[in-house]
Design a protein around this ligand. Structure first.
Ligand SMILES: N[C@@H](CCC(=O)N[C@@H](CS)C(=O)NCC(=O)O)C(=O)O
Length: 335
């Protein structure tokens, strides 16, 4: 009995010590000149293969042809909670990726990172911000309409970026099959938002085919699907108005950087056919084909393959093929 008590006290003491050394707090967006981080290159990027926002900053750096030191940080979906480890929290006490570091100073929030990188790229880098103030304002609106800001499961009506986490839930559920429970437990103990690890636990226990039984998840999913459809309709109209091939017309801008990764996630989570299949939104379909031809797509997306993402996409496709009920639950209704 005394032995158990000592063990229990030891565990609690360890947890309390760890917790006090893994303090997180929301960080302000943009460049933090007062923070100095160790660095070797002018630009360094802390990012994750799956993360939508990380993909965006990688695509931006590739478009600008700016080299950077790459630090891959695992999230639980790709294998471990490295983002809430003591080392990474020194880089971002907010515990999220991506973080762009310029001359040792971090820039937080991917939509700020792409703006910052485009303004501080090397001389001779391609221009991704239009000089014309009206076009620039238009570009900003399309960046905002694809950014992930605030609570990732709310405000999908404002931005498709905030509808994406909801749409990614089946992919999370599939990927988490590959991750041992004890790794998710680390999140339960130390994550800044304890609800998130619990959701992953629920996915782990329910498994993909029983996802439709999780009513709150299905509510978020169907709301996110509706919001995504509305944003894609707006994009279809914009591509028609601008004449394409890009959002603002002839010039490829940060708005396109920001939307490229939205389409990539629709592929990864197996939604693309729902939104663009059978001739739906033909201008978006042509736009996505054109985006995939950009060298930045090969470099920043295909260049960072991840086994667990590939497994997750395969798994969703197989599960929907094997179970028409699952397909109907996930895909039926609004497109
Ligand atoms: N608004 C932020 C979002 C950052 C964010 O939430 N990143 C996610 C990955 S896309 C993350 O690091 N999540 C870690 C976690 O939930 O444990 C940005 O645009 O950079």
């Amino acid at each position: 009995m005394a032995g158990w008590l000592v063990l229990l006290l030891g565990v609690v003491a360890w947890w309390a010590w760890e917790k006090s050394h893994r303090k997180t707090r929301p960080m302000p967006a943009g460049l933090q000149e007062h923070i100095d981080l160790p660095h070797e290159q002018e630009f360094e990027l802390y990012h994750n293969a799956l993360s939508l926002c990380s993909m965006k900053t990688r695509v931006c750096m590739a478009e600008l042809q700016v080299p950077y030191e790459s630090h891959h940080i695992d999230l639980i979906e790709t294998g471990a909670y490295e983002n809430i480890g003591r080392r990474f929290l020194k880089v971002n006490p907010g515990g999220t990726v991506p973080v762009l570091v310029h001359k040792g100073h971090p820039v937080y929030e991917s939509h700020e990172q792409i703006r910052y990188a485009a303004q501080h790229a090397l001389p001779g880098s391609p221009e991704l911000i239009p000089a014309d103030p009206e076009l620039r304002a238009e570009m900003e609106r399309w960046i905002d309409r694809s950014s992930l800001a605030g609570n990732p499961l709310e405000h999908g009506e404002v931005s498709i970026g905030n509808a994406i986490p909801g749409l990614t839930m089946p992919l999370f559920a599939a990927m988490i099959e590959q991750i041992p429970i004890w790794k998710i437990l680390e999140g339960v103990l130390f994550h800044f938002d304890p609800k998130r690890p619990f959701v992953f636990m629920a996915f782990k226990f329910r498994k993909l085919h029983r996802l439709p039984g999780l009513t709150p998840v299905m509510k978020i999913l169907s709301r996110s699907r509706r919001h995504a459809a509305d944003h894609l309709d707006a994009l279809e109209a914009q591509l028609g108005a601008s004449g394409g091939p890009w959002i603002l017309g002839e010039a490829f801008t940060l708005a396109d950087v920001s939307w490229l990764v939205i389409f990539e996630r629709l592929v990864q989570a197996d939604w693309l056919h729902v939104y663009l299949g059978e001739g739906r939104r033909p201008l978006c379909a042509a736009y996505w084909e054109a985006l995939k031809q950009r060298p930045s797509y090969a470099e920043a997306i295909l260049g960072f393959p991840h086994e667990t993402i590939a497994y997750g996409t395969r798994r969703i496709r197989e599960a929907k093929t094997l179970s028409p009920e699952l397909r109907e639950a996930l895909e039926g209704g609004v497109a």
